[in-house]
Design a protein around this ligand. Structure first.
Ligand code: 523
Length: 131
């Protein structure tokens, strides 16, 4: 089986979770996601996540734990999620996004999440409350 993994980051800082609004492609634009992208050949999921968050948002992060679960995006493409701690930088939408928001756990539903991201967001908020 040749499945590509898309790794998404539940990036947190000071008790809040980072949400990113996609600007592309048209069918996803305007919806909110946990930022990330495809794992490239030869990369670990954690390496891919650190690279994607650096490229897309200009931040340095440390992946912490895999969020249990796996969500099929389309045949051959599956979504995984990790919690990640913000180490350095202020996130800016450099690529693929046009708006960012830091959400406290009680604001989890304040944005229009992509449906496939919702289970990981719920679990990330649960974890965030324990930190
Ligand atoms: N998702 C998704 N949720 C989510 C991410 C990061 C991605 O549903 N949190 C979907 C959106 C796309 C696919 O996964 O259909 C690939 O995500 P993308 O475009 O962010 O990954 P890239 O930037 O690695 O993809 P390429 O532009 O193809 O390189």
């Amino acid at each position: 089986m040749n499945e590509t993994v898309v790794v998404a980051g539940a990036v947190y800082d000071r008790g809040r979770l980072l949400a990113a609004r996609r600007s592309a492609p048209p069918e996803l634009a305007g919806r909110w996601e946990l930022p990330g992208g495809k794992v490239e050949p030869g990369e670990s999921a954690q390496e891919a996540l650190v690279r994607e968050l650096r490229e897309e948002l200009g931040i340095e992060t440390e992946p912490l734990e895999r969020i249990a679960g796996e969500w099929q995006l389309r045949p051959g493409l599956v979504l995984h999620a990790w919690t990640a701690k913000l180490l350095d930088g202020e996130p800016r939408p450099l690529q693929d996004h046009d708006e960012l928001r830091w959400l406290a756990p009680e604001d989890a539903d304040a944005v229009d999440w992509l449906p496939q991201d919702r289970p990981a967001v719920a679990e990330a908020m649960r974890i965030l409350r324990t930190l």
